[in-house]
Structure formats: structure tokens, C-alpha cells
Ligand binder design. Structure first.
Ligand SMILES: [Cu+2]
Length: 181
């Protein structure tokens, strides 16, 4: 089925391309068109597409903007039960606080030197969430972790020759309030 679909798309595309070649060769036989005649048409066409595409982009942007989840995510998701400060530096992570599955965890992530990428992987090795670690800024990553176990924090942005060794084990317990259980 997919093979026939691909063949159909290819044939339609090839036919369309062939038509373009025929039209171009016919137009080229007429000889050069005087520049002022072409320029006027081209400028009008350019102006039309500028406003048409600009209008479409503005409409899409204004329609989609209220649905961007990031700005209100922390408020809408309710208060976090656990707050953890994370600081990245070449080439290690420092993390204070305990992390559990009993509520939302608010990771407040910053960097002590260059940009890093804070990435949290679950015990199966799947990426659970990630946020930039930037010097001078604190970015928040709010997560509800579903399973306890040994997670891994990895750096997801190249930060120097030791980047590949910048990872840390993070034990996630079944705590409800970030206590030490
Ligand atoms: Cu790195």
C-alpha cells in the first residue's frame, strides 16, 4: 500500500516537474522580456506575498500563543511537594534535596560556569525531562515522577572536553514530601 502511495507521489511529482520544464523552455523561446515590464510585475507579486504570508504567520502566531504551556505550567500544575536546587559545573552536578514519587518535584536549575543541559533519565534510560542550566539564571523544571528507582542526570549540552563524563546517579524514593525515606 505504502509502495503504491510512494509510486503515485513520485509520478505526480515527476509529471509536475516535467510540466515546469516545458513551460520554462516555451517562455525562454520568446526571447528576453524588457526589464521594466518584468520588474513592475515582480515587485507587485513580492508585495502581495509579503503581506499574505505575514498575515498568515501573524494569524497562526496569535491563535497559537494562548496555548503555549510553558508560562503557566508551574501555576497550573499546582504547588510542588519537593524543591530541589541543581547546579551544574564543569563537569559535575550538585543537587540538594531528596526526590520522591509522592508529589511534584520542582527542580531549580542553574550553572556555576558555562551553559549545561540538565537531563533526567528514568531507570529504563528514558528521558523524563530536560531544561537548560545557565549561569546567572534559574530555570524551573516541574516533574511528577511515576516510578521510584535509580535515575541518572546527564548533561545534554556540550560544555567542554569532559562533557561526556558529566552524569550523576539520583535515587528516587517513594517519599510523599521529599523526606529521607
Ligand atoms: Cu555538558
Amino acid at each position: 500500500m505504502i509502495t503504491y502511495l510512494a509510486l503515485g507521489i513520485f509520478l505526480v511529482g515527476a509529471l509536475a516537474l516535467g510540466c515546469v520544464f516545458v513551460v520554462v523552455s516555451q517562455v525562454a523561446r520568446r526571447g528576453p522580456t524588457p526589464y521594466p515590464e518584468v520588474a513592475g510585475r515582480a515587485y507587485r507579486l513580492r508585495l502581495f506575498w509579503f503581506f499574505a504570508l505575514g498575515g498568515i504567520l501573524a494569524a497562526v502566531f496569535l491563535t497559537a500563543l494562548p496555548y503555549v504551556p510553558y508560562a503557566n505550567y508551574r501555576l497550573a500544575s499546582g504547588p510542588a511537594a519537593m524543591h530541589v536546587n541543581v547546579a551544574g559545573s564543569q563537569y559535575s552536578w550538585r543537587l540538594d534535596g531528596t526526590v520522591g514519587t509522592g508529589g511534584k518535584v520542582d527542580f531549580a536549575v542553574t550553572s556555576l560556569d558555562v551553559n549545561h543541559g540538565f537531563g533526567l533519565y528514568d531507570p529504563s534510560g528514558h528521558l523524563v525531562g530536560q531544561v537548560q542550566a545557565m549561569p546567572g539564571y534559574t530555570n524551573h523544571l516541574v516533574l511528577q515522577l511515576s516510578e521510584p528507582g535509580d535515575y541518572t542526570v546527564r548533561c545534554l549540552e556540550y560544555c567542554g572536553p569532559g562533557h561526556s563524563s558529566m552524569f550523576m546517579a539520583l535515587h528516587v524514593s517513594t517519599c510523599k514530601t521529599g523526606c529521607c525515606c
